[in-house]
Ligand binder design. Structure first.
Ligand code: ZN
Length: 152
């Protein structure tokens, strides 16, 4: 029996109790007892409805958390293709491991801050005058002030 079927059963019994109460003499003991049964069933019906709503909310939350876990696991697996590399004193990026490079993929590095947030952000080379740095298009970090070395 599904929760919806149980709820329909409670509703049917409550309606039957009410209908029986209506055909009995207005002052009889049986009518009074049926009225109590009806009242209890209406309360039970409301509790069942509330539980059904809570169950749907909990199921949605479980689905969302499972998706987050899956994304986290996928990201962890993806990040294993990179190694934390110091490109200049005190400055690190996630550099693609040569052994993990796919045939259709260029060598590249990822922003460490964005990677920690679970986001893949490709660092891009930029120059201003003779100074070079790596720019993160996602968080706008400008990484490593100085002249380009072969970082990527
Ligand atoms: Zn970033």
């Amino acid at each position: 029996m599904t929760p919806a079927e149980a709820l329909a059963g409670i509703k049917l019994i409550a309606e039957s109790a009410k209908a029986l109460g209506n055909i009995l003499p207005s002052s009889g003991k049986l009518r009074s007892e049926l009225s109590k049964v009806h009242s209890s069933l209406v309360q039970a019906q409301q509790v069942a409805l509330d539980l059904q709503t809570a169950l749907a909310t909990a199921n949605q939350r479980v689905f969302e958390l499972e998706e987050q876990i899956k994304k986290g696991l996928d990201w962890t697996t993806e990040l294993e293709r990179y190694e934390l590399t110091e490109i200049t004193a005190g400055v690190v990026v996630y550099r693609l491991k040569a052994s993990a490079q796919k045939s259709d993929e260029a060598p590249h590095s990822l922003c460490v801050q964005c990677a920690q947030d679970g986001k893949k952000a490709f660092l891009q080379r930029k120059t201003i005058g003779t100074k070079g740095f790596l720019d993160c298009p996602r968080c706008n970090a400008a990484i490593a002030d100085g002249t380009f070395v072969n970082w990527i």
